[in-house]
Design a binder for this molecule. Structure first.
Ligand SMILES: Nc1ncnc2c1ncn2[C@@H]1O[C@H](COP(=O)(O)OP(=O)(O)OP(=O)(O)O)[C@@H](O)[C@H]1O
Length: 291
């Protein structure tokens, strides 16, 4: 490697002198990013900016690149090309182990690593150490109170002493969000938080996420989903992905439209918006997506 260069990805060297300066108002700032693995382009070309008080939904069909994009935002992947600034830090120059505790993440990949015998309370409080499960860490009264408060705000306080493996899917999702919030993160990333929930569980979670979205002290949030019905009221922006690329992004009402959904999902989609919620179904009008 030449002096003055940093390795930003397996295949890309970025000249130190040529790195963009981070904008402190942007929590996520991706510019002309590609993420490639095994000869395939998972994401890109894509540019995306998330500001401090924004609540984003990332929506798209299976395989669109949503989880891959979230992994870039979570500082778990480096772009193969382009530049990525996360929480004002230049990816490739920052120690990601210091960056990750500032990001709250709830995902099925994390859920799969949780031992079934872990108690709910330990799972939440141990987030501060970025570990799964308690070992010999010590926690002060404030940590204990915060863990209880978060569990209560997500309707899971009564589960505090239960083993994670005994929880229902809906209970698990709520507990994982409590854990993601435990470190008071600057950025909250939720990958399909309503996946696997029944109608009641989904509606309960959507209502709780709407309360979080309306809280001015809550972190900037990015929620990944396949379904417009899972978008909580109060979310401000949307990014619609298809085959790794952007179909549309910006203010939510401009992006979540029948035309854009039809293009992303490659079939004619009809959309209703009621009380800040969206509802989609296949349209009988053929060919809308081709337009
Ligand atoms: N390590 C990898 N190597 C090659 N291809 C990969 C790798 N990881 C993911 N992919 C592919 O990249 C594409 C995007 O995957 P990703 O999981 O980001 O999509 P997604 O939108 O989250 O999908 P889903 O909604 O089904 O969860 C998929 O086609 C997937 O098979």
């Amino acid at each position: 490697m030449q002096p003055g260069t940093v390795r930003a990805a397996d295949s890309v060297l970025v000249q130190d002198g040529g790195v963009r300066e981070p904008d402190p108002d942007l929590l996520i700032d991706l510019q002309d990013v590609h993420l490639r693995r095994g000869g395939a382009t998972l994401v890109g070309p894509l540019s995306w900016r998330v500001e401090l008080d924004e609540r984003w939904v990332v929506l798209g069909p299976n395989g669109a690149g949503k989880t891959s994009l979230l992994r870039l935002a979570a500082a778990q992947e480096f772009p193969s090309a382009g530049s990525a600034h996360i929480l004002g830090e230049v990816m490739g120059r920052v120690d990601t182990s210091e960056l990750r505790p500032r990001i709250g993440l709830s995902s099925s990949a994390l859920a799969a690593r949780i031992p079934g015998e872990e108690t709910v309370f330990d799972l939440v409080i141990s987030a501060g150490y970025a570990v799964l499960g308690r070992w010999r860490e010590s926690y002060d009264r404030m940590d204990v109170d915060r863990a209880h408060e978060l569990l209560e705000s997500l309707g899971a306080e009564h589960l505090a002493d239960r083993m994670y493996g005994t929880l229902s899917e809906g209970e698990r999702k709520r507990v994982l969000i409590a854990r993601a919030l435990m470190t008071d993160p600057e950025l909250l990333l939720l990958d399909e938080p309503a996946a696997g929930l029944d109608l009641g569980g989904r509606e309960d979670l959507v209502a709780r996420l709407a309360v979080l979205a309306a809280d001015p002290d809550a972190p900037a949030t990015v929620l990944v989903t396949h379904h417009v019905e899972e978008i909580p009221p109060g979310f401000s922006h949307a990014l619609l992905l298809s085959e790794g690329g952007v179909v549309a992004q910006g203010l939510i009402d401009d992006v979540i439209t029948a035309e854009n959904l039809s293009a992303a999902f490659r079939q004619s989609i009809a959309l209703d918006a009621v009380d800040g919620r969206y509802f989609a179904r296949r349209s009988r009008v053929a060919g809308r997506h081709r337009a």
